[in-house]
Write a protein that binds this ligand. Structure first.
Ligand code: AHR
Length: 345
């Protein structure tokens, strides 16, 4: 009798263990899935169904860009939004786009994490008759014919603006063309059109100045942690850095931390000049107090433009291939209290 009881106890313990194991496994799968569950599109919806594949949430700028899109594609505005965050992985974006195609959305909007590798999935969207609009970044030139339009910022021009600012700054400081200017560049995600454009634009200006020495360009993924790590490496390697070009504000925050930890000073009153991109609120505060010399704006408010493109397409109107959002340049001279108050990201 006692032996039977023990046997039953063992079976109960076994079943419990297997159940707990399965429960933890299923929960774990959810935690590690890189793609967010999208809501199911109801067949009866008379709203415009838009599938948005955002590339990630790597920066303050990206959060603002997501908010801009989500605040426009709302029920009140007549939209049904399917939103997916790819967490920096192209394969997640491809999965999301395929899921939008199979749900027969009306439009696909996506911010391509890198330029290359989209042809097949864009072809699938075209064959399904779903117009694709790029936002922020672009796919490579050869595949752009598969997208109806693009809304974003002129990243090459942003790089040129950075170079032109440096020309003016050096002139004001009385630095002659005979004196070396040692520059390091923190670049964004490898293969991203915004990083490629900024590097290209800055190089166009740099090539005109034989004394501008680009000591090294290194990828820091558009994140603060990587910006700090890469900058610390630059400081160990190059004792005479004059200028840091950091392709977004998040990397700039990390880089400034590394520079200060190395006992060096930055900005308008310091040894190392800082050129940044994006112009988010916290960075503009640092421009106002002289920590960052110049911030080249990259405008994340693209939702309104996207919605306008869609309403034109809905009316059967022709749309442009490219829509550029407006952008400014910020230095200590034009970051007023008003600018800071208005900047809500
Ligand atoms: O593609 C735009 C860039 O991506 C922004 O400069 C950066 O902050 C973001 O991560």
């Amino acid at each position: 009798m006692r032996t039977n009881w023990k046997h039953n106890e063992l079976i109960v313990i076994f079943i419990l263990t297997v159940t707990i194991f399965l429960a933890v496994f299923v929960w774990g799968l959810g935690l590690f899935t890189d793609i967010e569950e999208e809501p199911y599109v109801s067949e009866e919806t008379d709203r415009i169904v838009v599938g948005v594949s955002q590339l990630g949430s790597e920066s303050g700028w990206r959060t603002a860009n997501t908010e801009s899109v989500q605040s426009v594609f709302t029920t009140e505005n007549g939209y049904f939004l399917l939103f997916s965050n790819a967490r920096q992985k192209q394969e997640n974006q491809i999965k999301a786009i395929r899921s939008f195609i199979s749900q027969r959305v009306d439009y696909i909007v996506f911010a391509p994490v890198v330029e290359n590798g989209w042809r097949t999935v864009l072809q699938e969207a075209k064959e399904a008759g779903i117009p694709v609009i790029m936002m922020d970044r672009k796919v490579e030139a050869a595949d752009q014919d598969l997208c109806v339009s693009w809304v974003g910022t002129d990243s090459r021009q942003e790089g040129v603006k950075a170079g032109r600012w440096l020309e003016g700054h050096l002139r004001k400081e009385g630095v002659t063309e005979e004196e070396d200017v040692n520059i390091v560049v923190l670049t964004g995600t490898e293969g991203a059109s915004s990083a490629i454009g900024r590097s290209m634009g800055f190089a166009e200006v740099a090539h005109k100045h034989a004394n501008w020495k680009i000591l090294e360009e290194k990828c820091a993924d558009f994140t603060s942690a990587k910006g700090k790590e890469v900058m610390a490496g630059f400081l160990r390697k190059y004792p005479d850095i004059d200028v840091v070009v950091s392709q977004n504000d998040d990397m700039t925050f990390g880089a400034i931390e590394a520079i200060r930890e190395a006992g060096r000073t930055v900005g308008v009153y310091g040894e190392i000049s800082i050129i940044s991109f994006d112009a988010v609120h916290d960075a503009l505060e640092m421009v106002a107090d002289g920590t960052i010399n110049v911030d080249i704006e990259c405008n994340p408010n693209q939702g309104e433009y996207l919605s306008q493109v869609i309403s034109m397409l809905e009316k059967g109107q022709e749309v442009e291939k490219d829509y550029y959002v407006e952008e400014d340049i910020f230095t200590i001279d034009n970051v007023t209290e008003e600018v800071l108050q208005e900047r809500n990201y």
